[in-house]
Ligand binder design. Structure first.
Ligand code: ATP
Ligand code: MG
Ligand code: FE
Length: 351
């Protein structure tokens, strides 16, 4: 079974072709980074138009890369939310048109489920596993028991980790997107040189908070004379270390809880921690979490960077995980679509 996947929920227009045996025949991504960089962030209306401009070419390029035609495609999947609705509509309408014209099944995929299952596309891990989803819009710890079954253990009370990278990069004049820019700048900086807080360290729950870190960074930067004179590389390294510490500390708590909960039902399997989403591409964060996972006796799975940041291979794969359960063509796009609809919000301003 081979699925063509489409991703268009944010600022990349992507198409990929993946088979049930996990072979990735094509994984094309047309980024709008240059379009949005001049605005310092994604402008929804501009993004929607760019998706419309690029979608046909990206799909054609994926088929060409795979050396396939539509005759080789058994199903078509598209991100149906959550995300910027204009882009989601472009991708889902394209997918529905192909599904109708070719009489093949259509899958409306949750973008977050794409991230959540990406660890299974690049490894042979089974269920259950603990997932740290760290992306531009989300920072959550989830127990994943099956495709479609997620128990949220913790979430951010304010900004997502990727959002913290992006906002801090903007404050430091490092541009957009912030994560890769900060990782590059941090490589030649001293992570111990500037003291920043570690919000919620040691807390008894699995929640996160990053907005205080952003404020602290802005204050330090101002004290150091602003972007012209401040040691930006040291600031970047210190910020990256603070975010890594926060992610590691909260994940450590989640590993303890996860291990206790699963020890009775799954005695024979090794516990697994999967890190997914754009921030999972960060090497320093991976190294920090690796240490924590080793100490807790968890094996750790991080997809290659191309599968961490937004891509369509993960969308095709999420559909392959349930390819006998396609969706109707009238499935409506969902601007909001939580993985665990039953999750209760954390104390404070939870999302
Ligand atoms: P969501 O998946 O929550 O809807 P999104 O799709 O915009 O949001 P992703 O594309 O998964 O998010 O990830 C993008 C985020 O990852 C951005 O905030 C970006 O700065 C961050 N990011 C990408 N690469 C790195 C990196 N090397 N280090 C840190 N952060 C990174
Ligand atoms: Mg993106
Ligand atoms: Fe994403």
């Amino acid at each position: 079974f081979t699925i063509l996947g489409i991703e268009s929920s944010c600022d990349e227009t992507a198409a990929a072709i993946v088979s049930a045996d996990k072979s990735i025949h094509a994984n094309k991504i047309a980024s709008q980074i240059e379009t949005h960089a001049k605005h310092g962030g994604v402008v929804p209306e501009v993004a929607a138009r760019a998706h419309l401009d690029m979608i046909d070419d990206v799909i054609a390029a994926a088929l060409a890369d795979a050396d396939m035609t539509f005759d080789d495609i058994d199903g078509i999947a598209a991100t149906a939310g959550p995300g910027l609705i204009g882009g989601v509509i472009v991708g889902t309408v394209a997918a529905k048109a192909i599904a109708a014209a070719r009489s093949i099944p259509y899958y409306a995929v949750n973008h977050l489920e794409g991230h959540a299952l990406s660890g299974r596309l690049c490894s042979d891990i089974g269920f259950p596993y603990l997932l740290l989803l760290v992306s531009g819009g989300h920072t959550q710890l989830l127990a994943v028991t099956a495709p479609g079954t997620y128990h949220r253990m913790g979430t951010t009370m304010d900004d997502a980790a990727g959002e913290a990278f992006d906002k801090c990069a903007k404050i430091m004049g490092l541009g957009y997107p912030g994560g890769p820019a900060i990782e590059t700048a941090a490589a030649s900086g001293d992570a111990k040189s500037i003291r920043l807080p570690r919000p919620l360290r040691g807390a008894d729950n699995c929640h996160f908070s990053f907005s205080g870190l952003k404020t602290a960074l802005a204050t330090k930067l101002a004290h150091l004379g602003g972007v012209q004179t401040a040691p930006i590389h040291d600031l970047a390294a210190s910020l990256q270390a603070a975010i890594a510490d926060c992610l590691a500390d909260r994940t450590k708590r989640a590993m303890q809880i996860f291990a206790t909960q699963t020890s009775t039902s799954h005695t024979s399997t090794t516990n697994t921690l999967v890190i997914a989403g754009g921030v999972a591409a960060n090497k320093a964060i991976f190294a920090r979490l690796q240490t924590e996972a080793d100490a807790a006796g968890f094996q750790i799975i991080v997809p290659p960077a191309k599968l961490c940041t937004d891509n369509a291979a993960m969308i095709a794969w999420a559909a392959l995980e349930r390819h006998d359960q396609p969706d109707q063509l009238d499935f409506e796009p969902r601007p909001r679509w939580p993985l665990d609809p039953a999750a209760t919000p954390p104390p404070g301003r939870g999302v």
